[in-house]
Write a protein that binds this ligand. Structure first.
Ligand SMILES: *Cc1c(COP(=O)(O)O)cnc(C)c1O
Length: 352
């Protein structure tokens, strides 16, 4: 397979150091050394989530973590409010439905700032959870989690947030924002291969987990809590080796510096895209995340094909009603100025 430059909003380019770490011999997971290794990595993740809450590493892509958050805390018939503003928030809603929740869906137009008052109006005293995606990767819009956290913090309602495409690239503050279950994954801003999901769980969430009719086995958060720091099942040992090095890289840069760098790259990308005469989606990028840039263009599929075939650069297309009308450039994780310059140069050549 010919290597391509991944400028997609996940998976992202993985540094050589991480790949190399993953080729180490397997150590047995039922040893004190391995237990200590899992504990350390889980603890280190807390400073990225900005939380004191229990934090777990699960095997599976980000969706495994989304499923764990719902399957562990929701009982059939529970009321759930799902904020839907794109493809990934639809997924969160669908998972809630799959586990039997009575879902009230609050739908927003793609690419628009969400009016959180509508969420407040939908909350009932016995609402079990709100599901929301912080960075809706299908549009690139960042949702104000802190506003929703203000509504749920002194209630029984859990705030479940998908930060899969923004943790370690954009500001996420689990404790300050009163997030109860926060989910992320390895293949986006962590610049790791896919295969790990990260989940933080608040005290309030544990009460809900304890009282729920747990009807899942593998992704059951309670099993992770009971065994911790021992993993309940054989974990993805090689990918955990990679995580150790990915965390070294993040800590060396510093989480806040990393977020600033992502912001700079996002600004740079958007300025250049506009200089090329292309239209950003949404037009006003005040609500855009740091980690990807969406471009609305009728020739989106032609541009993607040329980038891929003539320049070996992969960018993402769009889904649903935006299919063929938009493409998305990821600038997350270790993707830097050099990769962005290469992509924007190719784009300018194609437009000529
Ligand atoms: C990538 C992504 C996911 C997870 O998808 P997986 O294929 O399971 O890793 C979920 N939510 C958002 C917002 C994402 O960007």
């Amino acid at each position: 397979m010919k290597p391509k430059l991944l400028m997609t909003p996940g998976p992202t380019v993985v540094p050589e150091k991480v790949l190399k770490a993953m080729s180490q011999p397997i150590i047995h997971h039922r040893t004190p050394e391995f237990t200590e290794f899992v504990r350390e990595s889980s603890e280190r993740l807390k400073s990225i989530f900005k939380t004191k809450n229990d934090t777990y590493i699960m095997s599976g892509s980000g969706t495994a973590g989304m499923e764990a958050s719902i399957a562990s805390s929701i009982s059939p018939g529970d009321h759930v409010v799902s904020v839907v503003s794109g493809k990934f928030s639809e997924r969160y809603r669908d998972i809630a439905k799959a586990f039997g929740a009575e879902v009230t869906e609050i739908e927003y137009e793609w690419g628009k700032k969400i009016d959180t008052k509508r969420i407040k109006d939908a909350l009932k005293e016995d609402t079990k959870a709100v599901t929301v995606v912080q960075n809706e990767t299908s549009t690139g819009v960042l949702n104000p989690i802190w506003e929703i956290g203000e509504m749920t913090k002194d209630t029984e309602t859990l705030l479940c947030v998908d930060t899969i495409s923004c943790l370690a690239g954009d500001e996420v503050k689990v404790d300050d924002w009163n997030v109860d279950i926060c989910v992320s994954g390895s293949q986006k801003c962590f610049s790791m291969p896919p295969g790990l999901a990260f989940v933080s769980v608040s005290e309030k969430a544990w009460k809900a987990v304890e009282n729920s009719e747990r009807h899942t086995y593998y992704n059951n958060l309670m099993k992770f809590k009971k065994k911790y720091p021992k993993p309940p099942w054989t974990p993805a040992i090689s990918t955990l080796y990679g995580l150790e090095v990915a965390l070294d890289i993040i800590e060396e840069e510093g989480i806040d510096n990393r977020i600033k760098r992502h912001k700079k790259n996002a600004d740079y990308c958007r300025d250049k895209v506009q200089e090329l005469g292309l239209d950003l989606f949404p037009e006003n990028c005040d609500i855009c995340s740091n980690t990807l840039t969406s471009i609305e263009n009728e020739e989106a599929e032609f541009i993607r094909k040329r980038l891929n075939e003539d320049y070996d650069i992969l960018v993402a297309g769009a889904q649903k009603h935006m299919k063929g009308k938009m493409f998305r450039i990821g600038h997350m994780g270790e993707v830097g100025r050099e990769e962005l310059e290469r992509t924007l140069f190719a784009l300018s050549e194609i437009l000529r």
